[in-house]
Design a protein around this ligand. Structure first.
Ligand code: ATP
Ligand code: MN
Length: 300
C-alpha cells in the first residue's frame, strides 16, 4: 500500500501521509481508516463545524503517544480558512482553523487530528453562541447511567421552560445536551442560563449532582459543567472520534435511548465509526435541528 499521496478532494489537492500508521493499537485502526471515516461522515459532520473556529486535538503517534489541543492554525494550504480569535483577558490573538469543506477536513485529519472541537459561535459573530451546551461529567464510580439520569433531568427542566434539547454521547465518559438557539444571544445569557439549570439540578438531586468545578466534589456525582458556554471554549463536535482506547464517536442519541440507559435497560451508549455510519443511514442526523431550530431563553 502507498503510505503517502497527493489526493484530489473536491477539486483540491490534499497531501496525505503515513497512511499505515496505527493510531489505535488495541483496535489496529490506521490513519488511512481515520481518513476514511471522516470522508464518509463528512456530510453529517461538516454542517456542525463549518463556519466556526475549531480546536484540533492531535495525536501524532496515535493514542499511546503525546497529544495536544491546537487552536492556533498549524502550517496549512492557502485554501484552509482561518479566523482571528482575540482574548482580551489574556491579550492573546491568533488564527484558528475553520473547516468549511471536505478538503479542509481531510487536511486536519491527516495531521492526526482524531478529535475536532468547534466553538459555539460562528466566525461572523464569535460572541453569539448558537446553542447552550451542558457537559455532563460522571465522576467514578458514577458512570454513563448516572449521566443519562442527569440528562433526563436537564431535558425535563428544559421542557418546563418551553425548550427542546438534544443529547449526544461525548464519545468518552459522559454526555452532552445541546439547546439550539440560533438567535442573537450573548455568552453572558447562555452561561447564566446553564448555570442556573445546574444549580437547580444540584439543589434537588440529593447529592447526585454537583455544579461546582472542585474535583473533590466529583467522585460518585455527575458534574453539570455549565462553564463550557464561554467564548474561549470549544466542545467536541458531534460525529468527531475520540482519542479513547477504541475509536468511539460523539454520537447523537434519542431521548428514549437516554431513558433506557438511565433505567439500566441498555448498558453503555458507545458507538464506533461503523455504528455511527449505520445510525446515520437509518436515523439521519439526529442533531440537524441544533443548526436550524430557533429558540429563546426564558428571561433570567
Ligand atoms: P467526557 O465525557 O470524558 O467528559 P468531554 O469531551 O465532555 O468527554 P471534558 O473533559 O468534559 O471532555 O471537556 C469538555 C470539552 O472541553 C471537551 O469536549 C473539549 O472540547 C474541551 N476541553 C477539555 N479539555 C481541554 C483542553 N485541555 N484544551 C482544550 N479544550 C479542552
Ligand atoms: Mn464532559
Amino acid at each position: 500500500m502507498r503510505t503517502e499521496a497527493d489526493v484530489c478532494v473536491d477539486g483540491r489537492v490534499v497531501h496525505v501521509s503515513s497512511l499505515d500508521r496505527v493510531l489505535w493499537p488495541a483496535a489496529g485502526v490506521t490513519k488511512a481508516e481515520l481518513l476514511d471515516y471522516y470522508v464518509r461522515v463528512a456530510h453529517a459532520l461538516l454542517p456542525h463545524v463549518a463556519g466556526r473556529p475549531v480546536t484540533l486535538h492531535r495525536f501524532p503517534e496515535g493514542i499511546g503517544g503525546p497529544h495536544f489541543f491546537q487552536t492556533r492554525t498549524p502550517p496549512h494550504p492557502p485554501w484552509v480558512r482561518t479566523a482571528t480569535l482575540s482574548f482580551p483577558r489574556t491579550g492573546k490573538t491568533f488564527d484558528a482553523p475553520v473547516l468549511d469543506d471536505l478538503p479542509a477536513l481531510v487536511w486536519a485529519a491527516n495531521l492526526s487530528t482524531l478529535e475536532v472541537h468547534p466553538f459555539l459561535g460562528r466566525v461572523e459573530a464569535l460572541d453569539r453562541p448558537t446553542a447552550v451546551a451542558f457537559d455532563l461529567d460522571p465522576g467514578p464510580p458514577a458512570g454513563m447511567r448516572d449521566a443519562a439520569q442527569v440528562a433526563l433531568a436537564v431535558h425535563a427542566l428544559l421542557e418546563d421552560a418551553g425548550l427542546v434539547g438534544f443529547a449526544k454521547t461525548s464519545g468518552s465518559k459522559g454526555m452532552h445536551v445541546f439547546v439550539p438557539l440560533n438567535g442573537d444571544v450573548t455568552y453572558e445569557a447562555t452561561k447564566g442560563f446553564a448555570r442556573s439549570v445546574a444549580a437547580r439540578l444540584t439543589a434537588v438531586s440529593g447529592g447526585a449532582v454537583t455544579d461546582r468545578m472542585s474535583r473533590a466534589l466529583r467522585p460518585g456525582r455527575v458534574f453539570v459543567d455549565w462553564s463550557q458556554n464561554d467564548p474561549g471554549k470549544s466542545t467536541v463536535a458531534v460525529y468527531s472520534l475520540r482519542g479513547t482506547a477504541f475509536p468511539s464517536a460523539s454520537t447523537p442519541v434519542t431521548w428514549p435511548e437516554v431513558e433506557s440507559v438511565a433505567r439500566g435497560q441498555l448498558p453503555e451508549l458507545r458507538f464506533g465509526p461503523d455504528d455511527v455510519l449505520e445510525r446515520l443511514e437509518r436515523l439521519g442526523d439526529l442533531f440537524a435541528p441544533v443548526l436550524s431550530l430557533r429558540q429563546e431563553l426564558p428571561p433570567a
